[in-house]
Design a protein around this ligand. Structure first.
Ligand code: BTN
Length: 267
């Protein structure tokens, strides 16, 4: 810890008991430390854990990020959690789940005073820097597929504790947010957003676009896994959840799973 490290109260499990959101009744387990809450929740989902199981770690020591990156957080500095969901929807709708989680996080951060925006597909930004990472993993289990929605939000993380310059925390943006309050808000919002999406899939797209800083009209370079890249101007979010980019060869739709980096270019 540095001298500038703020006080970091623990999560309060009693305040989280009985939290619900839409159709989801949560069962929240707080652990002192874990390599990865996604790994813990995935194992539990495989063993048949019901929708609504939440595992949150005060200290995550080797969390999983997108594209094999890691996500480690100092003790009590962040919210690191994984939620088990069991959406009974066609596979073609699954790519919307990470976007849905992004919408839920952005709404929750706005509810506690942080003007969060989304960077497609599902980074959550504050003042143009990443404040939250999201990793949704599909787990096969005897009771059917489950989604493990992993969310990491930098709450009181100091500049020295952040892994990259392009990251920030709520505290660095001047916000003193209680993690238990934020977690309860997030679970309620996620459950309601998810329940609304199950009933009316199309409505989420407009909500997503409203919160998204990536569309329309941003100059971007899309970097693909084969090392190639394409430059263009963002136009819209497709019904598939992909990003529509106008290039000199016409419109192309890129899917989240196919993109290594989406870089904003000088305008
Ligand atoms: C990204 O690369 O941006 C996604 C990072 C996701 C990190 C969260 S922290 C809680 C959950 N558990 C994990 O192991 N990863 C996710």
């Amino acid at each position: 810890m540095t001298d500038a490290t703020p006080p970091r109260p623990p999560l309060d499990p009693t305040s989280l008991a009985g939290v619900t959101g839409g159709r989801v009744s949560y069962e929240v387990e707080v652990v002192a430390a874990a390599p990865s809450t996604n790994a813990l929740a995935a194992a539990r989902a495989q063993q048949g854990a019901a929708e609504g199981l939440v595992i949150t770690a005060e200290h995550q020591t080797s969390g999983r990020g997108r594209l094999d990156r890691t996500w480690e957080t100092p003790d009590r500095a962040a919210l690191t959690l994984s939620v088990v969901l069991r959406p009974e929807v066609e596979p073609v709708r699954w790519p919307w789940l990470p976007l849905l989680v992004g919408v839920s996080v952005a709404r929750s951060l706005r509810a506690v005073g942080a003007p969060a925006e989304l960077k497609w597909p599902n980074d959550v930004l504050l003042d143009g820097r990443k404040v939250c990472g999201i990793l949704v993993e599909r787990i096969e289990s005897a009771g059917g597929p489950a989604a493990v929605a992993g969310i990491g939000i930098n709450v009181s993380t100091t500049a020295g504790e952040l892994p990259i310059d392009a990251a920030t925390s709520l505290a660095l943006a001047g916000l003193d947010v209680d993690r238990t309050t934020l977690l309860a808000t997030l679970l309620r919002t996620l459950g309601q957003t998810y329940t609304d999406w199950l009933a009316d899939p199309a409505a989420l797209r407009a909500s997503y676009v409203d919160l998204c800083a990536t569309v329309p009209g941003r100059r971007v370079r899309v970097e693909l896994p084969d090392g190639t890249s394409t430059t263009g101007t963002t136009r819209d979010i497709a019904e598939s959840g992909g990003l529509v980019v106008a290039t000199e060869r016409g419109d192309m739709t890129v899917n989240a799973g196919d993109v290594v980096h989406l870089r904003a270019l000088e305008e």
